[in-house]
Design a protein around this ligand. Sequence first.
Ligand code: ATP
Ligand code: MG
Length: 422
Amino acid sequence: MSAIELRDVVKTYPDGTSAVTGIDLTVPDGSFTVLVGPSGCGKSTLLRMVAGLEEITGGEVRIGDTPVNKTAAADRNLAMVFQNYALYPHMTVADNIAFGMRARKVPKPEREKRTREAAEILGLTPFLDRRPANLSGGQRQRVAMGRAIVRSPEAFLMDEPLSNLDAKLRVQMRAEISLIQRRTGTTTLYVTHDQTEAMTMGDQVVVMSKGRIRQVGSPTSLYDAPADLFVASFIGAPPMNLVRAELVRDGDALAVALGGSRLTVTPEVLARHPDLPSYAGREVVVGIRPEHLQDEEFAGPGREGDLLRAEVRLREDLGREVSLLVNPVPGSSSWSRLVLDDSATVEDDPTGAAATLTATVHQRTRLRDGDVASLRVSLPELHFFDPSTSLAISGSTPGSVPGAATHGAEASSPDSTTPQPA
Ligand SMILES: Nc1ncnc2c1ncn2[C@@H]1O[C@H](COP(=O)(O)OP(=O)(O)OP(=O)(O)O)[C@@H](O)[C@H]1O
Ligand SMILES: [Mg+2]
């Protein structure tokens, strides 16, 4: 097993399409690294360059300590699992698993031993004599995994291997793949456009957009400290509320003016975002995750300046929790929400729901449509972004942000014509 290194990797397709640029990434030995990002951001291109299925335009790919730019795919000893797992319909499960070994002339006893072991790991032992047509989608996917496992490759490369499965099976298989990876300890590079899959499976998650890496980190570090507006809005479901707000002076302290409410910038907030005072008197983008807006009645003791007053527009009972869509209180000043558009740029919400925030609150909340709610904001969990660069205002961001300065400039910087909260 081996680490995979990419240094300043570039891919421009023959027709001139620039698919990825300036990719620096280490996939640590034994890690489960997930590439995630919207459709067309270059995930498959990157994976296929590692696999040797796509020529590298610039930069270097290393597997272990060996540069492989000029190594043929067949000589890289990597196992690929794709969305279309292409099993041979006329062969049994055992023969499908052993197929690659036969092609590589692995002796029969060794072939059978490895097939049995893989089947055991994958729970396929009872099905070894069946044909693919008589298996469920999940079982077929496991046969494809088995084929990869028996090769004892340097690394697994997987491109959306679960996207053909229904939602329930996908959840089940994602746990199985994680367990198999832990059991075999094989370095894995896994591509998905599904942020939930990325967060649940990866121990290292690489967020990409438009052919570049936006942020690399553990799922927790991406969630707690997104480096820019793109990562902030892409990671998390329901997504983080992002609103324009003015940072105002409130006596000696700073506060966020949001609608008619003022949220205090506490010493703890300042400690997390040391650069914040330089934004006093200016507009910032404030990020509030839905679970950090709680119904005051169930939120436990708070502190002064942590309440957001808002009108409930729609209550959705989800069983375990209640989702509230809230608007500014009528008559008070409004706020303006940002969203992620299809091309992964962050913009003012074009849908007309520009003032609606989501709060995920206690299942026993008594708040109903039309009520004016007092929502307790978890102040230390607030996020702040510079509207002109789209980068997090911090000074102490965990997780690496390769080339953050250039990435920020690329994201559309919101213009300043939107009405500002008073
Ligand atoms: N053979 C090709 N020739 C020209 N352009 C290509 C080729 N393959 C991919 N592209 C372009 O390169 C970019 C990246 O494509 P890629 O397939 O890597 O995206 P992706 O992140 O895997 O997307 P998805 O989630 O939809 O699979 C896209 O703009 C795509 O249109
Ligand atoms: Mg793809």
